[in-house]
Design a protein around this ligand. Structure first.
Ligand code: BGC
Length: 720
């Protein structure tokens, strides 16, 4: 539909119809009959108040979507199609690794491909818009939603978020495989005090501008259609009612003219948060902060029309908001095809799933991080007896918390993956104990020890259950739940040829098990082909190459923990395991993570030969090209993720001791040398100064190749 026709449509709509565009209901709450659509029971709104709505959340199949769309569109004078939304976070039917894992591939092309595949499946399933990417800046693994994020570096998050936007949207939203996207949760949701979900975040403007806001902006610049304010109070005001965040930064500074949708029931929760007196007040606060769609609270449905009649909200505000919603529908081509490629034929999605399994395996392989290897890995493919032990040995629940329409019966378990790879070996699978929080039952550990003693090698699969991370899944301690630490101690004691394979959605405190584990492979929640990927990685058919997108703490007491810390006036200068009085350190724990951001081993070794900046003096605003030369000095082909970090040595505000500035991937055969050329954008040299400006200050910068806290080659350059 042309822009003028859209405007004509808006002009022809009644106030109630326009407000209807701003109302979203949960599919489950819509009690459907052939004759009418009535409201969620909890709200008990009248059928009249429920008559108009613009979008629907969470439904289970294309069938449901097609039925409701047809019914709704045949009803009114203005048959405006409904917009169907869902959280397609890391797959729709095929599960790809969780976003935190995918970010660790340091491979935006791979992330884009996974998003594209998820998009095709979801579009066939009837989805029009996904609540992805989630690019909350995270520093605290107690918060269970770190699994949905792209980790602790805003530059990496921005790149991975933008790749997701591109993958889902494609080149043209009217394409039947494309989904519109909603970036979330703006802003500071990843910094809840105490790591407890929904809790308040207190962040200075400086910290917000430097760390918390850039990734959302990067996703909007990549074309995100919608943005979701976060639940939490940020500096005292819940985001959906925060004029600084929503009006000043988002609309005035960033010129975002797309749609804003509240988070689930967030308007009603303004009352509980003590910001709104009642539902009408909540509706007015949110509307005045440019919130276009009210997700399921019903505050707009019940109270907005009256607020307009009473002069609290202008009809112009409603027109602007309704037009934004109509525009997303029009961009998707819903006025021409309200089903947008939805297919009620289950085979359509089934066929896509078959096509996407290879990609799911590749993503699981490239997202895995080899944390430690004392030489036991890779295991020899000629082994006769393998013991696969642990609560995740035969589990299909390794797909992650947000895999919406996933069929876990399609997941390959670790035991199955190994059986398929080594058809002649004898594979024994035992659980040993459960992974449940608080489970004290260690009675099955003896059986696990016996299996380990009788095997040539042991694959010990431990971690956190799928339901342990994700929304509302905060933990006060981040160690292995239940009796798993004991299981690791006993099994590694029984057979030193053991690889500990970790599953879960957050960095864990591994200090206790690290000390006894010969090898540690972090698989995160790897998705549908998780077991295949584990088998291939452990037995050397695939090479590990992923890196950590989030630091692993030595102790929960270090949290929040992040690599891009600022220097203090008294930095610690003694070895990590020593204590230095009157310096910034702990008496009972080191300062550094157990495993740092950017860490990840391969099955080979790389020597960094040269770090060559193209210039040593730059004008402010110029990018810096840097060449890194390296050699594979090991015996196997391997892939290295070359990372560059910078440090602004003297500046008007305290800057981080290291900040990721560029990265690239290179594969080299044994003995082979190669070069990568990276560009450090001048954007990476900016800082947010005391006067509230983003500037590049002249002076010397240090640049190093390596990973966080592990510089291998260092140079300097000067900005004039
Ligand atoms: C979550 C959002 C999600 C929404 C819709 C909320 O509870 O915070 O991330 O998009 O539900 O499912």
């Amino acid at each position: 539909m042309k822009a003028e026709a859209l405007k004509e449509l808006l002009d022809s709509m009644s106030l109630a119809e326009k407000i209807g565009q701003l109302v979203q209901w949960n599919y489950a709450a819509l009690a459907m009959t052939d004759a009418e659509v009535t409201g969620p029971e909890t709200l008990r709104l009248s059928a009249d108040a429920m008559k108009y709505f613009g979008s629907v959340l969470n439904f289970s199949s294309a069938d449901e979507m097609i039925r409701l769309q047809k019914q709704y569109m045949s009803g009114g004078e203005h048959p405006v199609p409904l917009l169907f939304m869902m959280d397609v976070i890391h797959g729709y039917r095929t599960a790809f690794p969780i976003p935190l894992a995918q970010a660790g591939s340091f491979d935006p092309d791979l992330v884009r491909e996974c998003a594209k595949a998820a998009s095709a499946e979801a579009a066939a399933g009837g989805v029009h818009l996904t609540f992805t990417p989630m690019v909350d800046h995270v520093r605290d693994p107690r918060w269970g939603r770190v699994m949905e994020s792209c980790g602790e570096d805003p530059y990496l998050s921005g790149i991975m978020g933008a790749a997701q936007v591109e993958g889902f949207r494609g080149k043209d939203l009217t394409d039947k495989n494309a989904l519109a996207v909603c970036v979330k949760h703006y802003a500071g949701y990843g910094a809840p005090e105490g790591g407890r979900d929904y809790n308040q975040a207190e962040l200075s403007e400086h910290v917000l501008r430097e760390w918390y806001l850039p990734a959302y902006k990067a996703c909007l610049d990549a074309g995100a259609d919608m943005i979701m304010p976060s639940f939490n109070a940020l500096n005292g005001i819940p985001s959906v009612a925060n004029p600084w965040l929503m009006n000043q930064v988002l609309r005035d500074e960033w010129h975002f003219n797309g749609t804003v949708i509240s988070d689930y029931n967030a308007l009603d929760e303004l009352i509980t948060q003590g910001i709104a007196e009642n539902r009408r007040h909540a509706a007015v606060l949110a509307m005045n902060c440019g919130c276009d769609i009210d997700m399921v609270s019903g505050c707009y449905a019940s109270d907005l029309e009256k607020a307009v009649r009473d002069g609290l909200i202008s009809e112009e505000q409603i027109n602007t908001a309704a037009m934004r919603v109509l525009k997303v529908k029009n961009d998707l081509g819903l006025f021409e095809d309200p089903f947008h490629g939805a297919s009620a034929d289950p085979e359509t999605v089934g066929n896509l799933v078959r096509q996407h399994r290879t990609l799911a395996e590749k993503a699981a392989v490239e997202s895995a991080v080899l944390l430690k290897n004392n030489g036991v890995l890779p295991f020899a493919g000629s082994v006769k007896k393998v013991a696969v032990i642990g609560p995740f040995a035969s589990s299909r629940e390794i797909v992650g918390a947000w895999c919406c329409n996933c069929d876990t019966s399609e997941t390959v378990t670790v035991a199955e993956g190994i059986r398929a790879l080594l058809p002649d070996a004898e594979i024994t699978a035992v659980s040993g104990c459960s992974a449940r929080i608080g489970d004290k039952d260690g009675s099955m550990i003896n059986e696990a020890v016996r299996a380990a003693e009788n095997a040539d090698c042991v694959v010990l699969c431990v971690g956190e259950e799928m339901e342990c991370s994700g929304e509302g899944r905060s933990r006060a301690s981040v160690t292995l739940p239940g009796m798993q630490a004991e299981l690791v101690r006993r099994v590694t004691g029984a057979n030193p040829v053991t690889a500990v394979v970790l599953f879960g959605g957050r960095p864990l405190d591994l200090t206790e098990i690290d000390a006894v584990s010969p090898a540690l492979l972090e698989m995160w929640m790897p998705g549908t082909e998780g077991g295949t990927a584990v088998a291939k990685l452990l037995f050397g058919v695939a090479e590990p190459c992923g890196r950590l997108a989030m630091s692993f703490p030595k102790s929960v007491g270090q949290l929040p923990l992040f690599y891009a810390r600022s220097n203090t006036g008294r930095p610690k200068q003694v070895p990590e395991d020593e204590y230095q009085p009157y310096c910034s350190n702990y008496m009972d724990c080191g300062n550094l993570p157990l495993y740092s951001f950017g860490h990840g081993l391969t099955y080979t070794e790389f020597r960094y030969d040269e770090l060559r900046p193209e210039k040593t003096v730059l004008r402010a605003g110029e990018d810096l090209n840097v060449t890194v030369r390296l050699t594979n000095t090991g015996k196997r082909t391997g892939t290295e993720i070359v990372q560059l970090y910078i440090n602004d040595k003297v500046s008007s505000v305290v800057t981080p001791v290291q900040k990721l500035a560029a990265f690239a991937k290179i594969s080299l055969a044994p003995g082979e040398s190669g070069e990568v050329r990276l560009t450090v954008s001048s954007e990476r040299m900016r800082l947010w100064n005391f006067s509230g400006q983003s500037v590049i200050e002249p002076g010397e910068f240090e640049i190093f190749a390596g990973y966080a806290d592990h510089p291998l080659l260092t140079r300097t350059f000067t900005v004039i």
